[in-house]
Design a protein around this ligand. Structure first.
Ligand SMILES: Nc1ncnc2c1ncn2[C@@H]1O[C@H](COP(=O)(O)OP(=O)(O)OP(=O)(O)O)[C@@H](O)[C@H]1O
Ligand SMILES: [Mg+2]
Length: 503
């Protein structure tokens, strides 16, 4: 943190209501130059709301802001960005059907206009420079963004914002979309900005990450600022208590050594090859096993998840449901054979944003919720949905609220809930606890463990090492589309050995 700090932005007495929901309740906040500020709190505590008001995405219900000593009331995100405040949003912030360069200069094409036409060569050249500036490699400016993985899309947002050289950079729950290499890019951009006297505000549920990178932590609970902690006051127990309002347990992973039947294979990937990432890849999943899959972001583990559930075309080899003697050809077939899949990309692959929580969760339950004839029993469906809302503490008005109105972590709970409710025999989970706060994470781990105990089989793909080591029976580390190491819970997991296998 640089030596001379000045307040650059102040939020005074801000409130934000959505109908009866009070998202922000008389919030006061002051950000300083040269600092990295962390904003931390449970799902639905108001972190994205306050950030989005500062950056111009939506107005407050009441209250005022001051930026560089003057009243601040941005009309749009572009207005915010042009005046030096840029935000990487929690949800997807790029458009898939236009190119990388077009995304980078969205709303700003006119600078490349020559004789009434866009000078694409010049635009691509500038795009390359913007990506080089943050160290984003191996992406061509002319590619359509839909070809990129989630990490690259998020880093593109970062490149776009950094190209405006912002005074205040806001990063909302971005790290969970990134692998290790992406995180390093993000951290180095953050620290460089702070050293130059700029202000960074980051939101994350990863307490270790926040304690490592932030100078100050602001804790929000139910739309109220509970405390601002300086670095020397950082202490995990205290921070958690401030967030949740009560003491919470530290050990939320399983502690047992229960194994699984090594002879009872339920799912088999037999030398599968996909268009990208996987070449003659094999694995076996056993009944009652939690199989962890880890690696660096480009190791192919997310493609593997897709391929196992029939979402990625398998060009050679096969994914086989051993009990049923069936080769998985499509996600519809996988689903009807009792498989489930929690996607990392919840916005595009797992949720119907414009539908209610009920419709989303109940979408997996039409077979079990049938009443007389083919009709759905409203009562059964009600129980199916309400149990998930209760077990996962989904913060909502009621089950009829639209998913798009929920906070990021609460959306993730809806995805998780819909698959837990389905009671799949085989569940493929890609980053299942993405963006979920510590309290509910612990509930999710218990549910995963209960599934195992009930004889279900789980593939857990994750970027989070503690979660992989905490939950897996067996852990496969992938590198360049291949298994580079296999570790067993019964032998104990050693982090340095596992990480060595990744790089
Ligand atoms: N457009 C909206 N309509 C209705 N309610 C909303 C809307 N946007 C946010 N809310 C509500 O405001 C509250 C605060 O949400 P916010 O997104 O700020 O939480 P958050 O702290 O960012 O949580 P998370 O960690 O899950 O991202 C939540 O109760 C949420 O449901
Ligand atoms: Mg949020």
């Amino acid at each position: 943190m640089s030596d001379s700090h000045q307040v650059i932005l102040e939020v005074h007495d801000m409130c934000k209501n959505f109908g009866e929901t009070v998202a922000l309740n008389h919030v006061d906040l002051a950000l300083e130059t040269g600092e990295i500020r962390g904003l931390i709190g449970e799902n639905g505590s108001g972190k994205s709301t306050v950030s989005s008001i500062i950056s111009g995405m939506q107005p407050a219900t009441s209250g005022t802001m001051t930026y560089k000593g003057k009243p601040w009331k941005p009309a749009t995100v572009l207005d915010g960005l042009e005046n030096g405040i840029g935000m990487i949003v929690q949800e997807a912030g790029t458009l898939g059907n236009i190119t990388v360069a077009e995304n980078l200069f969205l709303g700003d094409y006119k600078r490349f206009k020559r004789f009434g036409m866009i000078d694409r060569k010049a635009m691509n050249r500038e795009a390359q420079k913007a990506m080089d500036r943050i160290g984003l490699q191996d992406i061509h400016p002319s590619w359509p963004v839909r070809r990129l993985d989630m990490q690259s899309r998020k880093l593109l947002e970062l490149a776009r914002i950094m190209n405006h050289d912002p005074e205040i950079l806001i990063i909302d729950e971005t790290t969970t979309a990134l692998g290790q290499s992406g995180r390093e890019i993000l951290y180095s951009v953050m620290h460089r900005a702070a050293e130059e006297g700029k202000t960074v505000m980051i939101i994350s549920h990863d307490l270790d990450e926040m304690m490592e990178h932030c100078d100050t932590l602001t804790v929000l609970r139910d739309g109220v600022i509970i405390d601002n902690l300086k670095r020397e006051q950082f202490e995990p127990g205290l921070i958690k208590k401030l967030m949740v309002g009560r003491e919470i347990q530290d050990n939320y992973y399983r502690t047992d050594q229960d194994g699984y039947d090594e002879k009872d294979v339920v799912l088999k990937a037999d030398t599968i090859t996909t268009m990208k990432d996987l070449l003659c890849f094999s694995l076996e999943l056993h009944r009652g096993e939690i199989l962890g899959i880890g690696g660096l972001s480009d190791c192919g583990m997310h493609t593997l998840g897709h391929a196992l559930f029939g979402l990625e075309k398998v060009l050679d080899g096969e994914v086989k449901l051993v009990d049923k003697g069936i080769t998985v050809k499509s996600s519809e077939q996988a689903f009807s054979c009792g498989m489930g899949y929690i996607s990392k990309d919840r916005d595009n692959e797992s949720l119907e944003q414009n539908a209610s929580i009920r419709a989303n969760i109940a979408s997996t339950g039409y077979k079990v919720n049938r009443g007389i004839g083919c009709l759905i029993s409203g009562r059964k469906e009600d129980n199916y949905v309400k149990k998930q809302i209760r077990d996962l503490s989904i913060k909502c008005r009621d089950q009829h609220q639209l998913v798009k109105e929920l906070s990021g972590g609460n959306k993730q709970k809806v995805v998780f809930g819909k698959w837990i409710a389905y009671d799949a025999d085989i569940l493929i989970m890609d980053c299942p606890t993405r963006g979920v706060d510590i309290g509910v994470k612990s509930a999710m781990y218990q549910l995963i463990y209960q599934m195992k105990k009930a004889g279900k089989s789980i593939v857990m793909i994750s970027e989070e090492m503690p979660e992989l080591m905490g939950m897996s029976d067996r852990l496969l580390i992938m590198k360049d589309g291949e298994v580079n190491g296999e570790f067993f819970r019964r032998d104990g997991f050693h982090e340095h050995e596992i990480i060595e296998c990744m790089i």
